[in-house]
Design a protein around this ligand. Structure first.
Ligand code: SF4
Length: 621
């Protein structure tokens, strides 16, 4: 192909027939969808029809890189996107991980891997440049993720490989199971269960090829400039390298926006015991970084004492300090470290795992779940031993852990008696650690995300920093579309979100266009990038529209729309239905979608060269 940055090839592996093939990436595909999530969204839409069982043979699992992957552009070279139809909510799903797997995939010569079908017995995929083999994984099946990856390295004769695998939770089809690559997780939406449903335990990849960018001199210049801007930036250049994302605990608690006790409150009296400063002073062991990243925001931490003292983890990240910490009312950092490590070992998404545990705690508090039905556990908020035990039970799918591994929506259906009010999810995906009630832009971001409750489509950054007024609701629909255009672009280049601090957190900029130019050679305006982002976002939404999605799907958890934050600096804030509706109208207006139905308008589809979707989308009316 004529553009730089791409390997130019996609690997296709059919596990039912053992057929392995490759296909070329066309220039037109790059021009329309850029790469990464854009390519994968297009393939998923074309090849996985509505009604497909996410855990059945006909679902597909796609591992993709972007044009910038494998280069040494700061904070850009490492990310992997995994795309599939989610078994948690039957929707389009993209989930991301750092580490080195994506760079190695590119070095082996592949922009993406499409996994199809289902193996008749446990297998793993071995990729060594052009050699691709489906190998037996009977000795790996049943093992946890760290051991699996260590075994794979031994089996590879200690050669330099990167690995991605599932743990017992994925093997046992827990719908909140993740994929672990090294110590990094593609966590959301049950990608691990899809991998398990295909009897695919792992992928090991070794690559020796490079990546050619379009304009090496311009690439070097821009790369040097970004490095300088990172060093000069207090947050990205100093805060993140020192404390990692854990520092957000103190920031959000001070704002009264730290989910506590299943989001019943948003201030946690023991926040100082689970924040970045406390971790740094008491548990810090070493820094860790994704492939080629100078920021090294990952922190290796060790539990200090008592029954958890042998646990070492890379993390916990901010999301996990919330999900296994404040949102379960837990102040024992040692227990959170243990819970984080166990989630990684079993292959459980820490956000969804923590959310279903905090929901169980609230249901116990409200009398909807008695100790007998909870395997005899005392599920009081703050009981860290119960939290750690529930992580184990979810991983083993044992006792109450079986239904909890299905996520909050199915857990609520199982409990009945109005438990759905305590399931904090959007479109079936559990909500992470950024306040919807305190940040209206974040709220509309959650509501209109194609995958559901994620902080990676809507973003909290600009409102939290006061760059955009967090007290205003008007204009937030339009604002959040700008943010989502930026995140969709980043996910198709497949870049780390931490670059927000350098390129800006609100929308697409000349920096984004310059990055595309030096890497691929495509000379695109900001307007061109917006069109690409809108095209991809509509394609994701169209995947969901085929499954019945419409305006009524773009909503928030009951609690966020009906219960104001009860105390603290953000006391009284919430998102009543009329405010959500006003922000939805703005969003649809900005996107060119029908305000009544939430479906993209015919002229919008035509403008974005999506004419083939006209029939499909408008048939659903
Ligand atoms: S900033 Fe952190 S998450 Fe992003 S690439 Fe660097 S180490 Fe990985």
């Amino acid at each position: 192909m004529k553009y730089g940055g791409y390997a130019g090839k996609i690997l296709r592996v059919d596990l039912s027939s053992n057929r392995i093939s490759t296909e070329k990436v066309s220039d037109e595909m790059a021009e329309l969808y850029l790469g990464g999530n854009g390519f994968a969204a297009k393939i998923l839409f074309d090849e996985v029809p509505a009604g497909t069982d996410p855990l059945g043979e006909n679902n597909k699992l796609l591992f993709f890189t972007g044009p910038v992957t494998g280069t040494n552009m700061p904070v850009c070279g490492s990310r992997l996107v995994v795309v599939t139809k989610s078994p948690l909510n039957n929707r389009f799903l993209d989930s991301y991980a750092g580490g080195e797997f994506a760079a190695y995939m590119k070095y082996a010569g592949f922009d993406g891997i499409v996994i199809e079908g289902k193996a008749s017995e446990p297998v793993y995929l071995w990729i060594d440049d052009d050699t691709v083999e489906i190998r037996k994984a009977d000795t790996l099946w049943g093992k946890k993720t760290y051991e699996t990856q260590n075994e794979l390295r031994k089996m590879a004769g200690d050669r330099d490989i990167a690995t991605a695998c599932i743990g017992p939770a994925g093997e046992k089809l827990a719908r909140i199971a993740c994929i672990l690559t090294g110590v990094h997780a593609a966590g959301r939406g049950g990608v691990g269960a899809v991998m398990g449903s295909k009897n695919l335990k792992a992928i090991a990849v070794r690559g020796t090829k490079g990546v050619e960018v379009a304009d090496l001199e311009a690439f070097r210049l821009f790369s040097r400039e970004i490095r300088g801007r990172i060093s000069a930036n207090a947050g990205t250049g100093t805060g993140l390298p020192t404390f990692g994302t854990a520092a957000v605990v103190e920031v959000n608690n001070k704002l009264g926006m730290l989910g506590t006790n299943n989001y019943q409150k948003e201030e946690f009296e023991h926040a100082d015991l689970i924040g970045g400063k406390y971790l740094k002073e008491n548990c810090f062991v070493a820094n860790d970084a994704c492939f080629g990243c100078s920021i090294a925001c990952a922190k290796v931490n060790k539990a200090r004492e008592g029954k958890y003292q042998n646990y070492l983890t890379v993390g916990p990240e901010y999301e996990t300090l919330f999900s296994l910490g404040s949102n379960c009312g837990i102040s024992s950092i040692d227990a959170i470290i243990a819970g984080d490590r166990l989630c990684d070992e079993y292959g459980i998404d820490t956000i969804s795992g923590g959310s279903v545990i905090s929901m169980a705690m609230e249901c116990s508090e409200k009398g909807l779940l008695d100790p007998d039905s909870a395997d005899g556990l005392d599920l009081s908020f703050g009981n860290h031993e119960a939290m750690v035990e529930l992580v184990r039970k979810i991983g083993e799918r044992e006792g109450i852990g079986w239904i909890m591994g299905e996520g909050t929506v199915r857990f609520a259906e199982h409990l009945g008696k109005g438990a759905d009010k305590f399931a904090i999810h959007v479109k079936g995906l559990e909500v992470p650690a950024h306040s919807a009630r305190g940040l209206p832009g974040m709220a509309i971001g959650y509501a209109t995300s194609n995958r559901g409750g994620t902080h990676q489509d809507g973003r909290p950054t600009a409102e939290r920093a006061g760059i955009v007024d967090p007290a205003t609701t008007e204009g937030k629909g339009t604002y959040e579309v700008q943010v989502q255009r930026m995140t969709t672009f980043m996910d198709s280049m497949v870049m780390c979100r931490m670059l927000e601090g350098i390129f800006g957190p609100v929308g697409l900029t000349e920096d984004h266009a310059r990055l595309v130019k030096v890497v691929t050679g495509m000379d695109l305006s900001i307007g061109n990038l917006k069109d690409i982002a809108d095209r991809i976002y509509i394609l994701e939404r169209a995947t969901n529209i085929r499954e019945g999605e419409n305006r009524s799907s773009d909503t928030l958890p009951w609690r966020f729309m009906n219960e104001p934050i009860p105390s603290g600096p953000s006391k009284g804030k919430y998102i009543p239905e009329n405010v959500l509706n006003m922000m939805l109208d703005e969003t649809y207006e900005e996107r060119g979608w029908d305000k009544k139905t939430g479906l993209p308008l015919r002229e919008t589809l035509e403008r974005l060269k999506l004419v083939d979707l006209v029939q499909e989308i408008h048939e659903q009316k």
